[in-house]
Ligand binder design. Structure first.
Ligand code: GLP
Length: 257
């Protein structure tokens, strides 16, 4: 696992966007795994800028989102479908038929989840997965206790996650209690993973996920087992890492390799 610590949120967003754009230029029909939350917004904005100013072409890519609230329709303003369109898809030239998001209204949830997994495989697997991390260590909506081999399925959100996300819904009561999410095992199969975290409120969980034991209690910790993961942190999110100096040292010495 490579840990890259930069001064600001803007810098990590730009660095991560550079990685994504390099992949798109090298493999125009690549498959991206996408995340919601506030964290990847800077990355999406930078990719939109690259599309508008540098002609970065998204016309052949496919995208799979990690998760969606269960029980709300795509048109709901807080659905992840709406979030992704508003903050990313509407501003680039991705083809609508190549955009995949879990359905918040599927009636046969198991059949839907199986289909989602099969579509990922049919398109050759996820080349690059973008991740944020929840305060309880979840990646996607894989709450503590999720099996490390889990696949796409429905999950009950923790009280903490419901409270964290109430800021978008207006009140805790309005936050859905369930989500359809890619599993930890699904995410682990991505060929390359980028985890982004910013701000002091992520410092503790980042230290646990990166330096603590690999455990289903912090599903982000499973990334320690993934061979191609880069973690981009701003100084605040990196502030509780024990091996902070070493990560900086590695980064400084990298150009000499
Ligand atoms: C939600 C999403 C996660 C995301 C997390 C953190 O729970 N399902 O994929 O990583 O929020 O959100 P934020 O980036 O806003 O802190």
């Amino acid at each position: 696992m490579e840990v890259v610590i930069l001064d600001s949120y803007e810098q990590i967003s730009k660095k991560a966007a550079k990685e994504v754009s390099n992949l798109i230029r090298n493999k125009p029909n690549c498959v991206l795994g996408l995340a919601t939350g506030s964290t990847p917004l800077g990355l999406y904005q930078e990719l939109i800028r690259m599309h508008k100013e540098e002609g970065l072409d998204f016309s052949k890519i496919s995208t799979f989102n990690l998760d969606e609230y269960y029980g709300i329709p795509p048109a709901h303003p807080q659905s992840y479908y709406a979030f992704m369109h508003e903050n990313f898809f509407n501003h680039i030239n991705v083809q609508p038929e190549r955009i995949y998001l879990p359905s918040g209204t599927a009636t046969d949830v198991n059949a839907f989840c199986q289909w989602y997994e099969e579509e990922i495989k049919r398109l050759g697997g996820i080349d690059l997965q973008i991740l944020g991390i929840g305060r309880d260590g979840h990646i996607a909506f894989n709450e503590p206790g999720s099996a490390l081999g889990s696949r796409t399925r429905i999950k009950t959100l923790t009280r903490e996650t419901v409270e964290d996300n109430a800021r978008f819904f207006g009140s805790v009561e309005d936050v859905p209690r369930y989500a359809i999410t890619m599993g930890v095992g699904t995410i682990q199969e991505a060929k390359q993973i980028i985890l982004i975290a910013s701000g002091e409120n992520k410092a503790e969980i980042i230290a646990k996920a990166i330096e603590g034991p690999v455990t289903a209690q912090v599903t982000g910790s499973v990334l320690q087992l993934h061979a191609q993961t880069v973690v981009y942190l701003d100084e605040a999110a990196a502030s509780k890492l024990e091996r902070y100096d070493y990560y900086k040292w590695v980064f400084e010495n990298k150009p000499k390799l």
